[in-house]
Design a protein around this ligand. Sequence first.
Ligand code: NAG
Ligand code: NAG
Ligand code: NAG
Ligand code: NAG
Ligand code: NAG
Ligand code: NAG
Length: 238
Amino acid sequence: MFQIIALISMMFVGCSALTVTQAPADTAVLIGRNATIACIVTNKASSESVQWKFRSNGSSTFNPVTFDSNILGSATKYAIQTVYNLTIITAATSDEGVYRCTAGTTDYDAKLTVVDLPSSVSLTMNGAANAGTTVNLTCTANNGRPTPNLRWLINNVERTSSAILQTGSVSATGYGNSVSNLPLALTSDMDGQLAVCYVAYDGWNDAMNATLVLDINGSAAVRMSAVLVVLGMLFSLV
Ligand SMILES: *[C@@H]1O[C@H](CO)[C@@H](O)[C@H](O)[C@H]1NC(C)=O
Ligand SMILES: *[C@@H]1O[C@H](CO)[C@@H](O)[C@H](O)[C@H]1NC(C)=O
Ligand SMILES: *[C@@H]1O[C@H](CO)[C@@H](O)[C@H](O)[C@H]1NC(C)=O
Ligand SMILES: *[C@@H]1O[C@H](CO)[C@@H](O)[C@H](O)[C@H]1NC(C)=O
Ligand SMILES: *[C@@H]1O[C@H](CO)[C@@H](O)[C@H](O)[C@H]1NC(C)=O
Ligand SMILES: *[C@@H]1O[C@H](CO)[C@@H](O)[C@H](O)[C@H]1NC(C)=O
């Protein structure tokens, strides 16, 4: 009888009751701001725990940060919001790395990137904007930390996979330039379309942008001939 009760209680311990309704997601935060990473848990039994751990970039070990609502790390660096979002207070580059929420027996990992935005982002077209030719659109983001990804949208269509991203030399503190070239085959119907280059990080895909309205030579003639057709129709009516 005693063994049966022990077996049943072991089954309850082994069977996790809690539910993670919002799991951690990769997050990017400006240097000096607070970052909050989600780990929202419901139906947690008192025998279960939710623990946050941190593995700094370049390290291989996770250090404990919280246990349920208790802060194990520095209380000026970490806070728990409700059950059990983790706030990293006044984010510094040393806070970069992976944050692990262990909810019951399951680990959920998210990456934190601490960002100093580029000083500028620009978008230029290299080559004459003639219909029927291929030009490069070039997007440059200067002196950002870390060097960002650059994302492309032409007329609201994602084109990033066609682009080539290069990063210049990166300083010891992680600052550098990102340059992306997008080869674009111009057609007259692209006249007036919007090209957008976004500065992007994991968890923040539109931190900054530069835009260019495509002004394509060759399309004015198309529009003019359309006007002439309309005029011709009007005259034929007279
Ligand atoms: C938990 O953090 C996430 C991510 O920052 C946020 O979207 C969500 O509103 C937070 N939830 C609560 C209950 O604080
Ligand atoms: C950062 O979080 C801490 C702890 O929750 C809070 O006291 C502080 O006001 C927050 N700072 C900002 C700028 O939101
Ligand atoms: C972590 O460090 C590596 C190399 O040391 C670097 O390439 C990467 O960008 C860093 N990640 C973050 C989030 O800082
Ligand atoms: C476009 O950029 C590529 C390198 O990414 C270069 O090889 C090519 O010559 C450039 N073409 C034009 C028209 O600038
Ligand atoms: C570009 O960024 C500005 C703010 O700097 C914003 O107002 C604008 O909506 C953004 N453009 C796009 C296409 O996202
Ligand atoms: C405009 O494009 C046409 C071809 O569509 C080309 O023949 C012409 O030279 C271009 N004009 C300029 C100013 O580039």
